[in-house]
Design a protein around this ligand. Structure first.
Ligand SMILES: [Fe+2]
Ligand SMILES: [Fe+2]
Length: 282
């Protein structure tokens, strides 16, 4: 059976979501150690929609600042560069996919809940491990399965076959994707993240979230997202496309050196933060 050529599909889709230019500018700026809060404020204030969105977010109950924040500068000082970038990236990516295909809207929502669960999990595990880039982990968790959304929207016939195979043969989504397409959502996600010019760390974590040991120097971040992916399934946060929980990668688990008796606390914290953030986003 011939399978669709992934490179051709990605190259041939004219309306493949492109990240808004402003968000890309912000990503570049945050990656540049010479940039200042003023530079960031200038980019955001040039964009009325982003300004309004940012002020709405910092004034929401999610952050709970006691006073009303009315300027972009104050918001940046209070939240920090990385947090601003991940907030804007998150809401922009949600927007890109929202309402693109009404038929699969429900499925997409369940996937986003799964992604949100994974994002929260990556953040909580990162905090436990005292990782210094918590917001990056959050974004990585949020985007880890972005390839599945591309399958749903741009390969609907093949995606239906993948779903049928999962249910009929009781196999994991990765196996079903390999059988039907010859590649999986991690590879699709890697290509999309590359097309979006996302930082290389993010591209690598998306590409290797099922085999973190192949993520090279980003093994820690890939392992964190891998573990978060499994935990959010165990906690029933959304639906990741599988009917059974994929196995935990032994090397990933060992590389993180998390004490087994801390897992309960990690999962409790995950559940609390997930409840908070999902009520805020909805
Ligand atoms: Fe995945
Ligand atoms: Fe996942």
């Amino acid at each position: 059976m011939s399978t669709p050529d992934l490179q051709k599909i990605i190259a041939g889709i004219d309306d493949l979501p492109t990240l808004p230019r402003t968000v890309l500018k912000i990503t570049e700026l945050v990656n540049n150690p010479k940039s200042s809060a003023k530079d960031l404020a200038r980019i955001i204030t040039d964009d009325q929609v982003l300004t309004a969105r940012l002020l709405k977010l910092v004034n929401s109950s999610f952050y709970g600042f006691p006073q009303r924040i009315s300027t972009v500068n104050t918001a940046i000082v209070l939240l920090g560069f990385d947090a601003i970038r991940s907030l804007l990236l998150t809401t922009s990516v949600f927007d890109l996919f929202a309402g693109r295909n009404k038929k699969s809207k429900q499925d997409q929502e369940k996937f986003w809940d799964h992604s949100l669960g994974c994002a929260v999990g990556a953040k909580v595990i990162g905090n436990y491990l005292r990782h210094d880039k918590i917001e990056e982990l959050f974004v990585a968790g949020l985007l880890h399965d972005i390839g599945k959304i591309v399958e749903m929207l741009y390969l609907p016939d093949e995606f239906a076959k993948v779903v049928a195979a999962i249910n009929k043969k009781n196999i994991l989504m990765l196996t079903a994707e390999e059988n039907v397409l010859g590649y999986d959502h991690a590879e699709i996600g890697k290509l999309l993240a590359g097309k979006w010019n996302l930082p290389i760390k993010l591209v690598q974590v998306i590409a290797h979230h099922h085999q973190p040991a192949s993520a090279g120097s980003f093994i820690t971040e890939a392992s964190i997202v891998h573990l978060a992916d499994i935990l959010c399934r165990a906690l029933n946060m959304g639906y990741g496309g599988d009917n059974k929980i994929p196995p935990l990668d032994k090397l990933a688990w060992e590389s993180l050196k998390i004490k087994a008796d801390c897992m309960e606390l990690i999962m409790e914290t995950m559940q609390d933060e997930y409840n908070d953030i999902s009520s805020f986003i909805s």
